[in-house]
Design a binder for this molecule. Structure first.
Ligand code: AMP
Length: 282
């Protein structure tokens, strides 16, 4: 498995793969890999001639005061996991190389990024779409793989690809969970023992919401209240950022649950903000 740090060199490598008529599957990540990431890598390995994974903790998607500085990083461990999963190349650039100064070109998807995480994480999605656009230009993928865990991110990237005529297919794969239901996340490493135990309530409450809809509940406010009550019963759930019932394609809040909706939430457990979601058919 190749480890490439320079954007130019990565572009050269991917260019030669494409010229040889081979397909490229691409998985962008911020590293500190877990089975959620690896599920994307394995799918890419199955479906493409060459799989490229990027590991880059992207500074522009963190706002002031967020966890950019303390975001977990362990390249040696990631490298071993990627080799085992069958990746062909890892792109592991420095910030300086990705954002040569002065840097002045950004990609921003309007609308889809206004609500949910976009409300409290101002500028986050602009950072995400900008880095993913750059990574697509560098790695020239035929297919790129994202997780439903970050549902809003996946939709924003699909919209960017459509609006800017990018020649890449975006595939969104299911959320991989711990045995007790907690969605895998690099940020789970921040959780104290009691927070980790309490955090199981996120998926439990989403499953309960799904059950309620299945039994005929159609009012988003009642569903949101039921989820909130379950979550706030946990001592270490210190703050609910949002609990929303939205249209699964526009991400606009729905007035009544009919058709496919996304129930998404973000909750703080102490100093750690976790997100999760579930797709529900009304
Ligand atoms: P990150 O390293 O957090 O930027 O995530 C890189 C990619 O892995 C994104 O497309 C995420 O949506 C995806 N991902 C993260 N956690 C999970 C999970 N638990 N299950 C599936 N995909 C995930």
């Amino acid at each position: 498995m190749k480890v490439i740090r320079s954007p130019k060199e990565m572009q050269g490598y991917c260019g030669s793969v494409k010229r040889a008529g081979r397909t490229i599957g691409f998985v962008p990540t911020m590293g500190c890999l877990h089975d959620g990431h690896i599920s994307l890598v394995r799918r890419s390995v199955n479906e493409n001639d060459v799989t490229v994974v990027s590991i880059f903790v992207n500074p522009t998607q963190f706002s002031q005061g967020e966890d950019f500085g303390r975001y977990p990083r362990d390249f040696r461990r990631d490298e071993v996991l990627l080799k085992k999963a069958g990746a062909d190349a890892v792109f592991y650039p420095t910030s300086r190389r990705m954002y040569p100064r002065p840097f002045g070109t950004y990609v921003n998807v309007n609308g889809l990024t206004d609500g949910l995480c976009g409300k409290t994480r101002r500028g986050h999605f602009k950072g995400v779409t900008t880095i993913v656009a750059k990574l697509f230009n560098i790695t020239k993928p035929d297919v790129s793989y994202f997780g439903q865990k970050d549902a809003q991110q996946a939709l924003a990237i699909k919209k960017m690809v459509e609006d800017l005529n990018m020649d890449v297919r975006v595939k969104v794969l299911p959320i991989v969970r711990e045995p007790d239901g907690l969605a895998m996340s690099s940020r789970n490493a921040y959780l104290r023992e009691n927070e980790r135990l309490d955090a199981v309530i996120l998926y439990k409450s989403l499953k309960e919401a799904k059950r309620l809809v299945g039994r005929g509940r159609r009012d988003p406010s009642g569903i949101r209240a039921a989820i909130k009550e379950m979550i706030l019963s946990k001592k270490s759930a210190t703050k609910v950022d949002y609990i929303e019932v939205v249209d699964s394609t526009t991400l606009k809040p729905v007035k009544r649950i009919k058709g496919t909706v996304l129930i998404a939430l973000a909750v703080w457990f102490g100093k750690t903000r976790l997100i999760d979601n579930i797709i529900v058919k009304g």
